[in-house]
Design a protein around this ligand. Structure first.
Ligand code: RUB
Length: 322
């Protein structure tokens, strides 16, 4: 089945980070899965699920380091597949229903994470954030609504400056925010942060060992926080957990185009010399020992207990994965 123009647009918006943040990426991809399913011309069960599967496999490639994207596609596909019979209209109705349910659940998870995370925001203190995580934004907004007074330092987050989006969103909300270059985070911790202050980041992936994968620069921030004895939290629903890591798979780290870092003209050149290359990883891995806890919908959990929380919730087995 040919991919619909609206789906291609969603795909390119995600690829270009016009849609960013793991939750938004998953939600947009599910919308695209729905578009594809509803547009299917299949006349029997087998062809309908072949179309839906092809769409899911296409969409999961858009950002390699997003288990939530893969989990969401897998969950909705599996839920629709449970429908018995051969009535295509029923499958389409179930598809829209399960996409809607996923979105609703996402928003419930967000508000739980916001509620628990807001309690960790130090009244009268300082919070350091990195990149743009919708989960972290909702934690800080919730703390602000609870009349906590605090200041935020936002790392600009090179190369694509998602930290500017955070700085703008928070300051427009009324939260006192200072934008810094990424390399200023250490001096900020030394000079402006007290023992009770915290670093809050989001999550793109959580591995079975409790390691955190998030925007590149997160691991350096975690080490600096460790050095300065600041608590370091990742705010996230457990749907960022990558089940494949249980069976030994590495979480892939997306590498993006060199032009995001620099164009030849930024270096006063027409083209890069043969001996000059650019490395542009979108994410990095923070060892569990530097993460105080994950702030999840089930509460503030130490990294080692995430896998148990997920297993209890989803009851996953290897055979169920696509
Ligand atoms: C965004 C990023 C965010 C997580 C979590 O990276 O690293 O911290 O995705 O976001 P990018 P959320 O800009 O490359 O997508 O809490 O919104 O799911």
């Amino acid at each position: 089945m040919a991919i619909q123009a609206r789906t291609r647009k969603i795909y390119s918006d995600i690829k270009a980070l016009r849609v960013q943040g793991a939750d938004q990426v998953a939600a947009a991809a599910l919308k695209a899965l729905e578009i594809e399913g509803l547009a299917s011309k299949a006349r029997n069960r087998e062809d309908f699920f072949a179309d839906l599967r092809a769409a899911a496999l296409y969409l999961k490639t858009v950002r390699p380091t997003e288990p939530e994207l893969r989990n969401a596609l897998r969950l909705v596909f599996a839920s629709v597949h449970l429908c018995s019979g051969d009535n295509i209209a029923d499958f389409k109705e179930a598809l829209s229903k399960h996409v809607g349910l996923y979105q609703k659940n996402l928003s419930n998870v967000r508000s739980k994470v916001a509620e628990y995370g807001a309690r960790l925001v130090p009244d009268g203190g300082t919070v350091l954030v990195h990149c743009h995580s919708g989960s972290v934004m909702s934690v800080l907004k919730k703390a602000f609504e609870a009349d906590k007074e605090f200041k935020v330092f936002a790392c600009e987050t090179r190369p694509l400056y998602q930290g500017r989006k955070s700085a703008r969103e928070l300051s427009e909300y009324g939260i006192s925010t200072t934008l810094i270059v990424d390399s200023a985070s250490r001096i900020v911790m030394t000079r402006f942060m007290r023992d009770s202050d915290v670093v809050l980041v989001g999550a793109d992936a959580i591995t079975s060992e409790g390691d955190l994968v998030n925007k590149v620069g997160t691991s350096a921030l975690a080490l600096t926080a460790f050095e300065h004895e600041k608590r370091f939290y990742s705010c996230t629903g457990v749907h960022k957990f990558d089940p494949f890591t249980v069976w030994g798979a590495d979480e892939p780290i997306e590498e993006r185009e060199s032009c995001e870092v620099a164009l030849p003209r930024d270096l006063g050149l027409k083209k890069f010399p043969r001996k000059l290359s650019v490395f542009n990883p979108a994410f990095d891995l923070t060892d569990a020992k530097y993460v105080n806890a994950f702030v999840t919908e089930f509460g503030v959990l130490p990294p080692q207990s995430i896998v148990l929380a997920v297993w209890r919730e989803l009851g996953l087995g290897e055979k169920q994965l696509i």
